[in-house]
Each structure stands twice: as structure tokens, then as C-alpha cells.
Design a protein around this ligand. Structure first.
Ligand code: MN
Length: 281
């Protein structure tokens, strides 16, 4: 970010509390989100002005604020900038008030919420915007040592996905983006199908190590698509159902239908990774 800001003659002010603690979480994703906020800040701030990042401790967590002296966001747009459909609509308009790139903010907020945190925004037209991330789960100082040992002794999260080819069948754009944000950094090769029919066709043409299957799809549903894929292949392939609602009986039903496992929505990232790991081993 520094380089782009420098080129645009924007100053970056960094205020990070010196004894900022550690929190439990996915560093890659949190980094991506902060990077996304900083690039937006640079993008919507005029040369000669400032942007900044502040970080400080909260009682049980950490607060990170990314602020800018940019053009600001009108009050009636503040919540809409997190709405995926508004984002799509707005990106179609030629020149718009600075509110972020593509679906970045929608996904950022969802990812932060999956970490039990919040992402909020305040803004004043002509003065700038402040995006505030609050993440709970601070690790007490004496726990940090233990945590270090633990991390070093176990496989880094997501590493087992490196080089694995995954087909995700998902018709909802926002879920698609979420799956992408979660799985892509792990180094897996991720492909998408927007319908069951498309998925069946893709599996005929290409080898996949794993399929994530949404149930509610246009055309044939996920269960039917899974059955057709199984019928078409001699070699078994792990297929995990992504189900809309978590009901105890539902789970058994998906296993009985022939899925290897299921994850209910909203998707819990840790659970999804755990289940993928289990079916791949
Ligand atoms: Mn669906």
C-alpha cells in the first residue's frame, strides 16, 4: 500500500499501541481485509491528504481503525456499501461516490462476523471515512507461549489444501465470494459451477479431489447432482453438502442420501476446513 500511496502523494499515519496483544484468528484473512480497506482509503483520497491505521487493545480484543481524509460517503449510503446487491448496482454506474471495490466490503464484513467480530463505518462528506474492525478473543500474555508451541507443533491451518482441486457448486453470488475468500488463500485450485447440471458436466470433463455442493440450486438440486456425479464415475469422489439450515434430522438425511458429510450455512470456516480435511484423509 505504501508505494501506491506514495505515488499518489498521500501520507500514511500509523498509530499502533505498543503492547498490542495477540488474538486468535485467521491472520491471512484479517490481513486481506485490512489491505482491502487501506487500498480503498488510498483510492478515494486526494493527493496531499492523509490516510491512517490505528490499532489498540480492548478489554477482550483488538480494535483496528482504517481512516482517510477522502471524499466521504453520504449518510444514506453507509449501510448500503455492505450490501452485495447495492455494490453490484453501483459498480455499473460510471463514476460514483467512493465506497469500495466490487464485493470487497460485503465479504470483509461477513468474514469479520465469522470471527465473531464487527466491521462498522462512520463517514462525513468531504472529511473522510473511518472503518472500524473489532475482533474479540484476545490471548492472555501467559497463554501466548503455550499458543506458540501449539501452533508450531500442528499443521498450519489450510495447508493440506495446497494443490487440491475443488469444485464448489453454488448459485448464490455472495456465498460464492465467501467460499472463494476462505479457500483461495490455501493454495487449492478452486472452480465454480452455478448449477447441478453444470457440475455434472464439469466432473465428466475434469478430475476433482473434492466437491462442495449447495443443495438449493436452479434446475436439479444438489442431492440429484451428487447422485448423477456418483453414477457417472467409477472412482469415488468426496462430496460435502452445503445445507441451508441446520436441523439435526437434515444432517442424517444428507449422509443417507450419499454425501460424505455436510456443513450448514452460514458457513463456519473452521468447521468447513475440518470437514474437508477429514474427507480428504
Ligand atoms: Mn443455493
Amino acid at each position: 500500500i505504501k508505494e501506491i500511496a506514495y505515488q499518489k502523494k498521500i501520507k500514511i499515519k500509523v498509530t499502533i499501541q505498543s503492547d498490542l496483544g495477540w488474538i486468535k484468528g485467521d491472520m491471512t484473512k484479517v490481513k486481506q481485509i485490512i489491505f482491502n480497506l487501506l487500498s480503498n482509503a488510498v483510492k478515494f483520497t486526494e493527493p496531499g491528504k492523509k490516510i491512517g491505521i490505528d490499532a489498540r487493545n480492548l478489554t477482550d480484543g483488538v480494535e483496528v481503525v482504517v481512516w482517510d481524509q477522502g471524499i466521504g460517503i453520504p449518510e444514506n449510503h453507509l449501510e448500503k456499501i455492505f450490501d452485495p446487491f447495492e455494490q453490484v448496482k453501483r459498480s455499473n454506474q460510471s463514476k460514483d461516490i467512493g465506497t469500495g471495490t466490487g464485493l470487497g466490503l460485503t465479504i470483509s464484513r461477513r468474514l469479520i462476523e465469522l470471527h465473531q467480530g464487527t466491521l462498522t463505518v462512520t463517514s462525513k462528506m468531504g472529511e473522510g471515512s473511518r472503518f472500524t474492525i473489532r475482533l474479540p478473543g484476545k490471548i492472555a500474555v501467559d497463554e501466548q507461549l503455550l499458543e506458540d508451541t501449539f501452533v508450531k507443533n500442528s499443521t498450519p491451518s489450510g495447508d493440506f489444501l495446497k494443490g487440491i482441486t475443488i469444485l464448489a457448486v453454488e448459485d448464490n453470488e455472495s456465498n460464492k465470494q465467501l467460499i472463494e475468500a476462505v479457500l483461495e488463500p490455501s493454495g487449492c485450485c478452486l472452480k465454480f459451477a452455478a448449477s447441478g447440471e453444470e457440475a455434472v458436466q464439469m466432473v465428466l470433463e475434469k478430475e476433482f479431489d473434492l466437491i462442495l455442493m449447495d443443495i438449493q440450486l436452479p434446475g436439479i438440486d444438489g442431492t440429484e447432482a451428487m447422485k448423477q456425479i456418483r453414477r457417472n464415475r467409477e472412482k469415488p469422489i468426496p462430496i460435502i453438502a452445503l445445507t441451508a439450515f441446520a436441523m439435526n434430522n437434515d444432517g442424517k438425511r444428507y449422509l443417507a442420501a450419499g454425501f460424505d458429510d455436510y456443513v450448514s450455512k452460514p458457513i463456519n470456516i473452521d468447521l468447513l476446513e475440518e470437514k474437508i480435511r477429514a474427507v480428504l484423509l
